[in-house]
Ligand binder design. Structure first.
Ligand SMILES: [Zn+2]
Length: 247
């Protein structure tokens, strides 16, 4: 399948299984900017699409959000998309925080933990837009606040991109960093329970409380060096949260 087919398949899925929530969201937009979508419902509807979503969440969530725009054109601006927030991954895709590893980078994963430190929110430049110079496909990459990351490869097989830096193409979002710690009942050892930084954006900002326990769905990412608290060249992983649920 090419990207266009994924968009159409998401459209079919959302129309069939999420018609009511979508209508509610369209009505509540822009105050309401998220629709929670059950991964296992998608998996039952189209296992190939669900697998693709788990392995390549950036591209697939973009396809899902494109499907949303097709269902209700003209309502949305790029700066305030209606988020498709995936939750309820199967247990085999739930990972203890300390086991989050390189082979899960940029993939969808689910973790459980207790929120520790929550920093104050800020506005940041979050998304860089790129256009393939061969097939004109546009792709988005997330910035890590110091570096702009170029996409690796286009769906057409080339890897020549130009940055779209027109006004309105850069996305500033409300942003917040917090720390998530392994829950003690899962790891009864005396050593300090593993922490991971989590990044919360847009309508997920100011939604977590220190000390409370959550199941979080997110995309594992890595910051290379230049992080103020670590040595240059060291790599820091964090979870880009797409859905959270207090438990
Ligand atoms: Zn291309």
């Amino acid at each position: 399948m090419v990207l266009k087919d994924f968009v159409e398949e998401f459209e079919r899925f959302l129309d069939e299984k999420y018609r009511e929530p979508m209508l509610d969201a369209f009505e509540g937009y822009p105050k309401k900017r998220s629709v929670a979508v059950d991964y296992q419902l998608l998996d039952a509807f189209d296992p190939e699409l669900a697998k693709k979503l788990q392995e390549n969440p950036d591209e697939m969530i973009a396809a899902a959000e494109k499907a949303v725009q097709t269902m209700k054109p003209l309502v949305f601006d790029d700066l305030r998309p209606l988020h498709i927030r995936i939750f309820n991954l199967p247990k085999n895709l739930e990972t203890p925080i300390e086991n989050l590893a390189d082979d899960q980078l940029n993939k969808l994963c689910q973790v459980e933990g207790v929120i520790r430190k929550v920093k104050s929110s800020e506005f940041i430049l979050k998304i860089a837009r790129w256009q393939c110079t061969h097939c004109q496909t546009t792709l988005k990459t997330s910035t890590d606040k110091t570096n702009i990351i170029e996409p690796t490869i286009c769906q057409c097989g080339w890897c020549d991109f130009k940055l779209i830096d027109k006004p309105g193409q850069s996305e500033f979002v409300n942003f917040q960093i917090a720390q998530l710690q392994e829950t003690t009942d899962k790891k009864p050892s005396k050593k300090v329970n593993k922490l991971i930084e989590i990044h919360l954006e847009d309508d997920l900002v100011n939604r977590v409380t220190p000390g409370a326990k959550y199941i979080l769905t997110g995309i594992l990412r890595q910051i290379n060096g230049k992080h103020k608290k670590v040595k240059i060249n060291q790599q820091v992983k964090y979870l880009d949260i797409i859905h959270l649920k207090q438990i």
